[in-house]
Design a protein around this ligand. Sequence first.
Ligand code: HPA
Length: 279
Amino acid sequence: MNAYVQKALESSNFIKKEIETLPLVGLITGTGLGDIAHALNVETIIEYRKIPHFPETTVESHHGRLIFGSLGTCRCLVMQGRFHLYEGYSPLEVTFPIRVMQELGVTHLILSNAAGGLNPGFQPGDIMLISDHINLTGSNPLIGPNESRWGSRFPDMARAYDGRWMEHAKKAGKKLGIPLQAGVYAGLKGPSLETPAEVRFLRTIGADAVGFSTVSEVIAAVHAGMTVIGFSTITNVHDPDHPEPASVSDILDVAEAAAPNLSAILEEIAADLAPTPGK
Ligand code: HPA
């Protein structure tokens, strides 16, 4: 067994001793959404720094802890704060929590992020259901020897984002009166934001939103056989013909303002998962 797998097992074994029930759904919260945990019936909180081998978050707007609890009948694990390539983490480090979740028995993964809008029909504050992604990070978390315990060498990505779950999210949006956009997320390494020429390029290749997270995690999760759904909060919309500098504090404000709506949808789609859902 290689050292990385060994570390994921040590992390998950540590966590198993700390919690009462194993989670079924993992939730990775992005910028502005750390507070989804308020909706959770919290059982156990574990700080990343207490978990053997777990990376530490270096992004100020991200907490660094795992919260175990339930949303309705659904046992969840909320990861408050994720790891990014731009922090200097390797793709394997970025996706380490996915492997820990896999070892804990997580079968369903919900991801959220803050993203820049490329689709001119989008407004700041829109919530976009991620229908697909383009991996422009220049890397892949599956590079290296394949761990057959975790998945196959060439996992298929034709249905990375689960169609049935997306339909469910759309229904939840309608029921709650929360409009949802849908589109393709381009994942870059960052941290510099996009130039107007890059914005034109990203639009041309079919992207509706752009950000610096999510794609590596989704690739590992699909490899792990998880059912995946993702949401982007569109915090700023790029107009390459009238480029305006985006301010990080505006991005955080917009993400925070949209968080209650996004939380409401996430609660609805997680709470509806029976304790042993079919795939
Ligand atoms: N680009 C990349 N990531 C982002 C952006 C953006 O414009 N806005 C929020 N996250």
